[in-house]
Design a protein around this ligand. Structure first.
Ligand code: NCD
Length: 361
């Protein structure tokens, strides 16, 4: 293990206090207002971007962010053209890149993989999406969009629609919104794609008002924000299973006519068919602007991490349980078997430190 405790790794936004998020939002606002003042602040710094999974916005907004701060970038967006194709494990690849770069941004299809990398890396690591688990920088993008467009992050009723089971952006944003007063949640999905139990538990434990409904038509009128998501085809066991869910929710002009004038529509993108193109011209459609906000908040994040502004969050809060296996088959510990089995909690239920899955022992 490396001395990761001394670095600001961003694996899960909820590892940091809301005051730190708010500082990032304020800095992003300042950068957006006056980008010239920040054009050279990362001169001489290098960011590594390791994308083991497809990405357009996250990868390019991170890269543009670093270039606009005056830094440079290295990395890959196709593991098939790196030594990963020769069978190199995550530890070795990320250890090497983290020795070349000052900050490393990583996306990987396996849950808990980015935390695994951070444990042995030699520079700060940012989670750009780990399987169906979390996507903290999309959440920062979403929070920044809400702050800039709605003026406040408090008292918002947010409808989440689509694939709430596999959508990591949904999981991260719901967890984040539980830290703002007066948030209400309307969960719009088919029963098969409902929100995972561990996130519902967080809502229940915090005493948050939430409802689970299947009709977007019925829910839309009460929302301040509608967060649309695509059905995550790549996370389904079979194409048939995916086809059963595809096309169940489509936001169109007709549905928008039942929404408040002040409601805004967010979507992390890419869109498949869940928002009709005709909605793009509606002033409430905020998703393209949201993608641009993502660049400013990532500029703020890179700068904050490189300056070391903040108190590093511990990556491991529990301890190693050598003989316990995480019961989530999608957890990184089953793929990279050298990883110590870290769990938090005690008694019969242990929480995997990599993927947050609860394992009954
Ligand atoms: C999201 C992701 O990768 O989770 N995209 C993004 O980062 N903007 C959403 C998605 O792929 O559906």
């Amino acid at each position: 293990m490396s001395n990761y405790e001394q670095r600001i790794n961003l694996i899960d936004l909820n590892d940091y206090p809301v005051s730190w998020w708010n500082q990032l939002l304020a800095l992003a606002h300042e950068i957006r207002e006056n980008p010239e003042a920040y054009a050279k602040v990362c001169d001489g710094k290098i960011m590594g971007t390791l994308f083991y999974e497809p990405s357009t916005r996250t990868q390019m907004s991170f890269q543009t962010a670093m270039l606009r701060l005056g830094g440079t970038i290295i990395g890959f967006d196709n593991p098939a053209t790196s030594s990963v194709a020769k069978g190199e494990n995550i530890k070795d690849t990320t250890k090497i890149v983290s020795g070349y770069a000052d900050i490393m941004v990583m996306r990987h299809p396996t849950e808990g993989s980015v935390k695994a990398a951070a444990l042995t890396a030699d520079c700060p690591v940012v989670n750009a999406g780990d399987g169906g688990h979390l996507h903290p920088t999309q959440t920062l993008t979403d929070l920044f969009t809400l702050k800039e467009e709605k003026g406040s992050l408090e008292g918002l009723t947010i409808g989440f629609c689509g694939d709430l089971k596999n959508g990591r952006t949904v999981h991260s944003l719901i967890k984040a919104m539980t830290c703002y007063k007066g948030s209400k949640f309307v969960l719009i999905s088919t029963p098969d794609l409902a929100l995972p139990a561990y996130i519902k538990d967080i809502l229940a434990a915090g005493g948050f008002e939430y409802s689970e409904v299947s009709s977007l038509d019925e829910a839309i009128g009460g929302l301040d924000v509608l967060y649309m998501t695509r059905i995550q085809q790549e996370r389904f066991a079979s194409h048939e299973e995916y086809l059963k869910q595809k096309g169940n929710y489509i936001l169109d002009k007709d549905k928008m006519s039942r929404a408040k004038e002040s409601m805004i529509v967010l979507h992390p993108l890419p869109r498949v068919d869940e928002i009709a193109i005709e909605v793009d011209d509606d002033p409430r459609a905020m998703y393209f602007k949201q993608a641009k906000y993502g660049m400013y908040i990532r500029m703020a994040l890179i700068l904050t991490i490189l300056r070391g502004n903040g108190t590093p969050a511990p990556l491991i809060r529990g301890r190693e349980h050598k003989h316990v296996e995480c019961s989530n088959p999608g957890c990184i510990t089953h793929r990279e078997t050298y990883l110590p089995h870290y769990f938090a909690g005690s008694g019969d239920i242990l929480t995997c430190e990599y993927c947050d899955n609860r394992t009954l022992i």
